[in-house]
Ligand binder design. Structure first.
Ligand SMILES: *Cc1c(COP(=O)(O)O)cnc(C)c1O
Length: 224
């Protein structure tokens, strides 16, 4: 049986190989270790090896784990975000991946100001149009992007999507390729850099990197 660190190294190698195949350096792609299913001890184990970026999808769990662990961890919030949990998340998270409504965005920006925090955030896009998934439809993205561009405290840094589980390769390429082209288009439209293109999970990160991902969110391939 492999250790946690060995599995992390294997995932990191997988990301490096996919990056190389896409003509990129390993450092061009952030590996976010999605620790949502494991206790703080396992995060501490990877932390001891130098890993600093972890992803959580529940506000209360994020807060609990952050209390138990060193302050220089970069926490990413990747789950659905209820309005009454925004303050908790803003107090702890460096990056919020799952912004998909104007109300949520306005609240994050206001509370970030009150808390003197400057979280980065991504607009979550539902490229596949699956009702069950979070994310704003592509057709409504520009309206939300206009609000994102004007935020004063939180910093709009890119886009995020989730592909349907076990989608065939051509479908994945369609979804990830579309998010990449939307990100490029919005960079031109707003004249700003959007460096974080968050797409790719354990089952599909190679395809996501081939399509231009700069941030992969890996859970099961590291932690189970
Ligand atoms: C759980 C989760 C992941 C990690 O998925 P794996 O398939 O376990 O790698 C990535 N992104 C989001 C939004 C998640 O909720």
């Amino acid at each position: 049986m492999s250790t946690l660190w060995e599995r992390y190294l294997a995932a990191r190698q997988g990301v490096a190989d996919a990056a190389a195949a896409a003509g990129k350096a390993q450092d061009d792609i952030l590996l976010l270790a999605v620790s949502k299913t494991v206790p703080a001890e396992q995060i501490a184990d990877l932390y001891a090896h130098g890993v600093r970026c972890f992803g959580e999808n529940r506000a209360s769990v994020l807060v609990e784990k952050a209390k138990l662990l060193p302050g220089d961890i970069e926490w990413h919030y990747i789950g659905p975000l209820q309005s009454n949990k925004v303050r908790k998340v803003v107090q702890v998270a460096s990056v919020i991946h799952s912004v998909d409504t104007p109300d949520l965005l306005a609240r994050i920006d206001r509370i970030a100001g009150e808390e003197a925090r400057r979280p980065r955030f991504l607009l979550e896009v539902s490229v596949s149009g699956e009702e069950s998934k979070g994310g704003i439809p592509v057709a409504e993205l520009d309206g939300l992007a206009e609000i994102a561009d004007k935020c004063e405290n939180a910093e709009w840094s890119g886009l995020m999507t989730m592909a349907p589980l076990a989608a065939p390769e051509p479908v994945l390429r369609g979804i990830f390729g579309r998010l990449k082209s939307e990100c490029d288009r919005l960079e031109r439209r707003f004249g700003r850099s959007l460096p974080l293109l968050s797409m790719g999970m354990s089952g599909d990160y190679r395809t996501a990197i081939a399509c231009g991902s700069t941030l992969v969110r890996l859970g099961t391939c590291i932690f189970s």
